[in-house]
Design a protein around this ligand. Structure first.
Ligand code: NAD
Length: 476
């Protein structure tokens, strides 16, 4: 198996190292597996110059040609799936099977957006005789994008696919803790023949990069995925320069389990989904509100399934859940568990770090938490499920909506009326009924309230990377 890649920046179609670097750790054993170069302001100046040239060329390239290059890059990433997945598991910890699925997911974003970019139709608006109104779309310009560490490949793919399909150039700062996914995207785009400057990859000190790129007049869209706190900070910075933002931020997904479903089947599905990516997913099912009649059976089945999960090194074929990605997640989990215990909640399984080498934390189930427990209000972003009984669907919806977040929400019911009640009543960008899937390439994904602004995926996602121009043409 190929080893972990040699990490570099990709600016103006060329690879470069820098004088400042930072180690990359394997969360399964805390060993150093690589060294990521950190960009200086001079590197960013070069990226901006390259992206300006790249935009001139790419925005005037036929959408079909853009799509051909994107599809070729996706095909290369599919060919290289084993090598890429291996690198992702090394740097992030997730099981190899999940890393492979992530690579495929990233390719799907490229493939769907490449096709949709060719359908960015405008319209002719009928009006008074002698004048023709034409509304059409143009790529917004250079995009400054910031992607997080939880999905090293699919997160950057989403932003890059949107920008390239729309005809924009992009400078993306991918995650320093998990840089190999983005590096492999750069390799694939380079090998597929993307012109120099259209796509630029940097790593660095996050605040140094964002505070330099966002105020630039050349930056015409800021696309960020990460925590709500950082998203608000970057939005404020962008607002000072009237630069639009696309913000995909934190969630705290509620799951409403109605008493007309099989509680064991719902619990098993939920527990499996909870441990995906060790719970480090902004859509991870977390706050379970279960109707009283099935509460005991649901909770028991959930705990049994959680306890049966094999936790270990992601490279081991038996592993179902790897370590969390960094030590900050361990500290966060431990603090939330301690607070829940102090407030009288029952920790039914898990709750303590496993071993002291590697960032392993077991699936953790906590029941009967008061509404003001920290875990009920702060996104755990780890393998933690919180289960509470509710009397009615109305009470569950009220509790689901009680937080400032509104990203993904889930419901289990066999009643069409209740499904409608959940779909209409829950404040979230994405509501899923009888499935815990929330985000695929062909539909828009994003949040309301503190979970963010704008959508990624689907036709709505692509629209952010374009600006609308109206032409008024009087016939003379
Ligand atoms: P954090 O708030 O320090 O960082 C979140 C992300 O923002 C990271 O990718 C980081 O590199 C980036 N970032 C931080 N400061 C920045 C700046 N000034 N400019 C540009 N980028 C900046 O937290 P963390 O410990 O890395 O992650 C913890 C929390 O972040 C989680 O609890 C979760 O809520 C959130 N998160 C969300 C997602 C998501 O998919 N929405 C992904 C990763 C993290």
């Amino acid at each position: 198996m190929t080893t972990y890649p040699d990490l570099k920046l990709y600016i103006g179609g060329a690879w470069r190292k820098t004088s400042e670097e930072q180690p990359v750790l394997n969360p399964a054993d805390e060993s150093v597996i690589g060294s990521v170069p950190l960009a200086s302001h001079a590197d960013l100046d070069d990226a901006l110059t390259a992206a300006a040239e790249g935009f001139k060329l790419w925005s005037r390239t036929a959408p079909r040609t853009r799509a051909e290059i994107m599809l070729k890059a996706a095909a290369l990433m599919r060919e290289r799936v084993e090598e890429i997945a291996h690198a992702i598991t090394l740097e992030h910890g997730k099981p190899l099977a999940q890393a492979r699925l992530e690579v495929v997911r990233g390719c799907e974003f490229f493939e769907w957006d490449a096709a949709e970019g060719q359908r960015a139709y405008g319209r002719v608006v009928p009006s008074e005789p002698g004048i023709r109104y034409v509304v059409f779309h143009q790529p917004v310009g250079t995009v400054a994008a910031f992607s997080p560490w939880n999905f090293p490949m699919s997160q950057p793919c989403r932003k890059i696919a949107g920008a390239l399909a729309a005809g924009c150039s992009i400078i993306i700062k991918a995650a320093e803790e998990t840089p190999a996914g983005a590096l492999h995207i750069a390799r694939a785009l380079h090998d597929a023949g993307v012109p120099p400057g259209v796509f630029n990859l940097v790593f660095g000190v996050p605040a140094r990069i964002s505070s330099y790129l966002i105020p630039q007049a050349q930056t015409r869209l800021v696309a960020f995925t990460g925590s709500t706190a950082v998203g608000k900070h970057l939005s404020e910075l962008a607002a000072r320069h009237m630069t639009p933002v696309l913000m995909e931020l934190g969630g705290h997904a509620p799951v409403i389990v109605c008493d007309d479903v099989d509680p064991v089947a719902a619990a098993h599905l939920s527990a499996i989904r909870k441990v995906r990516n060790a719970g480090q997913v902004c859509t991870s099912p977390t706050r379970f509100f279960v109707q009283e009649d099935i509460y005991e059976r649901f909770t028991k089945a959930f705990v049994e399934k959680a306890q049966a999960v094999t936790v270990g090194n992601g490279l081991d074929a038996k592993t179902e859940m790897g370590p969390v990605a960094n030590h900050r997640r361990i500290e966060a989990m431990e603090a939330l568990v301690a607070d829940a215990r102090a407030r009288g909640a029952r920790v039914l399984t898990g709750g303590e770090r496993l071993g002291n080498r590697g960032y392993f934390f077991p699936p953790t189930v906590i029941a009967e938490l008061p509404d003001d427990a920290r875990a009920m209000r702060e996104e755990p972003f780890g393998p933690m499920a919180l289960i509470n009984p509710v009397r009615s669907v109305e009470e569950a919806i009220e509790k689901a909506n009680s937080l400032p977040f509104g990203l993904a929400a889930y419901g289990f019911t066999h009643s069409a009326a209740r499904a409608d009640q959940l779909a209409d009543g829950i404040e979230a960008g994405n509501v899923s009924i009888n499935t815990l899937e929330a985000s695929v390439a062909e539909v828009p994904f994003g949040g309301v309230k503190d979970s963010g602004y704008g959508r990624e995926g689907g036709a709505e996602g692509l629209a952010h990377y374009m600006t609308v121009k109206t032409l008024s043409h009087r016939m003379v």
